[in-house]
Design a protein around this ligand. Structure first.
Ligand code: CP
Ligand code: NVA
Length: 308
């Protein structure tokens, strides 16, 4: 059975801890190399990743491609609109064809069921590059960023402010696996998915749900937000007004710990979910986080290939 990475629980807490360590080691070992040069051991030499995009992407697309290059392999980008998938060829047939041609498949799409369908029919690892349900690869990079900034995960207070979306769902899943706490401040009607809240609590994480942004951020070690309008929700009426009190600004950050870190998976909408002053502040680690998509993804790929 191939190792699929559809959500963080597919790997589990021990493997995620090992991924973070491996990512830090590999990142340090290649600090002075050209970005496209392979790591010394080139552990995925000759391996090819196919990437299917049914939604836009900058970071996921480039970081998976660079991750494969740095591991000694290569990647093929398939924009679904220019493939037969885009003309109605089934996911099942696409999965079986790609499994004969490449060594792993990454897919970014809307319905999480499509990723599961792909995994059911593929005989090579399938990786979730974001769905409406979750964004596990992003959270590997986020955890890596938090740990490399000297904040151990167990017991950490992570505040989420804004929309209870796919990224928050993966943070909650991570909380149960890595034993940190989440304080989610969202407007009414935009709370996190109950399934993921339960998952976090079942794993031993404290989860606080509030409709008060200040309460969410009070005493936090890390403050995280994301766009108020995720891909596919462009016509959400009235949402921006509901979100306005959940903007991460200097006043809100002042309630977090003085050394609290600010994270955002990007793309950011300055003046909406975050002010320029917070985004550009010394507390903001958003570009370390973006770079870490490469290093995190290398670990995800190595785990899928059984090398972590
Ligand atoms: N954070 C993230 O997944 O970015 P992209 O949409 O650019 O891939
Ligand atoms: N929640 C956002 C994340 C983008 C990387 C979205 O799904 O559009």
């Amino acid at each position: 059975m191939p190792r699929n990475f559809l959500d963080l629980s597919d790997a589990g807490g021990d493997a995620i801890a090992a991924m973070i360590n491996d990512a830090m080691d590999r990142k340090a070992a290649r600090a002075d190399r050209p970005k496209g040069a392979a790591d010394n051991d080139a552990p995925l030499a000759g391996r090819v990743l196919a990437m299917i995009f049914e939604k836009n992407s900058t970071r996921t697309r480039v970081s998976f491609d660079m991750a494969m290059r740095q591991l000694g392999g290569s990647a093929i980008v398939m924009e679904s609109g220019t493939t037969q998938l885009g003309r109605g060829e089934s996911l099942a047939d696409t999965a079986r064809v790609l499994s004969r041609m490449v060594d792993a498949i990454m897919i970014r799409t809307d319905d999480h069921g499509k990723v599961e369908e792909m995994a059911r029919h593929a005989t090579v690892p399938v990786i979730n590059g974001l769905t409406d349900r979750s964004h596990p690869c992003q959270i590997v990079a986020d955890l890596l960023t938090i740990v490399e900034h000297g904040k151990p995960l167990p017991g950490l207070e992570v505040a989420w402010v804004g929309d209870g979306n796919n990224v928050l769902s993966s943070i909650l899943e991570a909380a149960g696996l890595m034993k940190f706490n989440v304080r989610a401040g969202t407007p009414e009607g935009y709370e996190p998915e109950p399934e993921f809240v339960q998952m976090a609590r079942a794993g031993g994480a404290n989860v606080t749900l509030t409709h008060d942004a200040v309460e969410a951020v009070k005493g936090a070690d890390v403050v995280v937000t994301d766009t108020w309008v995720s891909m596919g929700q462009e016509h959400a009426v009235g949402k921006l007004a509901a979100m306005a009190p959940f903007q991460v600004n200097d006043a809100l950050m002042s309630h977090a710990k003085p050394d609290a870190m600010f994270l955002h998976c990007l793309p950011a909408h300055i003046g909406d979910e975050v002010t320029e002053s917070v985004f550009e502040s010394a507390q903001s680690a958003v570009f370390d986080e973006a770079e870490n998509r490469i290093h995190g993804q290398k670990s995800v790929l190595l785990w899928c290939f059984g090398a972590i």
